[in-house]
Write a protein that binds this ligand. Structure first.
Ligand code: FE
Ligand code: FE
Ligand code: MG
Length: 163
């Protein structure tokens, strides 16, 4: 915790930490949803879908890392208990119990759309108020926008196969 680094944050730091822990919990759940999705997914274009899901899983884990670092910088503690992820999460978790490629992709698209809204809000909230968190939120938002597009392109490719 750096005192000057916190002093320059022109927002209620406690409220901000709550939002950051919500996003941190979302990222862990998103990571697992992709990771387990890549294990169980079945159907046409499976190899391409698995490669994309694993790439996204890695990105979500990196996002969790970025958020944890920022939470600690601001004097907070990242959620330490996995069972509390649900309590803090805004976007939740969709279990890939139906492993069909299109279904798994659609569940993950829904998650990305929620993430896009979450980071869009965080970008707006921190604009001119907390440049460090703003920069992190912007970087993550760029990734989430790319994730949504990657998944929607895979769904379009499946549609050309008549699925
Ligand atoms: Fe993410
Ligand atoms: Fe994502
Ligand atoms: Mg991708």
């Amino acid at each position: 915790m750096g005192t000057k680094g916190i002093e320059i944050v022109d927002l209620n730091v406690g409220d901000l930490l709550g939002i950051l822990n919500g996003a941190f919990s979302d990222e862990w759940l998103a990571y697992y949803q992709y990771w387990i999705g890549a294990k169980v997914v079945k159907g046409p274009m499976k190899e391409a879908v698995i490669a994309e899901l694993l790439q996204h899983a890695g990105d979500e884990l990196r996002h969790a890392d970025m958020l944890a670092m920022r939470i600690i910088q601001l004097g907070g503690t990242p959620v330490t208990k996995p069972e509390e992820w649900y309590k803090h999460s805004g976007c939740g978790y969709d279990a890939p119990d139906d492993p069909f490629v299109k279904k798994v992709l659609e569940q993950n698209i829904k998650g990305e759309q929620c993430a896009i809204l979450t980071y869009r809000k965080l970008v707006d909230l921190t604009a001119g108020k907390d440049p460090v968190t703003h920069n992190i939120a912007l970087q993550i938002l760029q990734d989430e926008v790319e994730h949504e597009e990657d998944l929607q392109e895979l769904v379009e490719d499946l549609q050309t196969l008549g699925l």
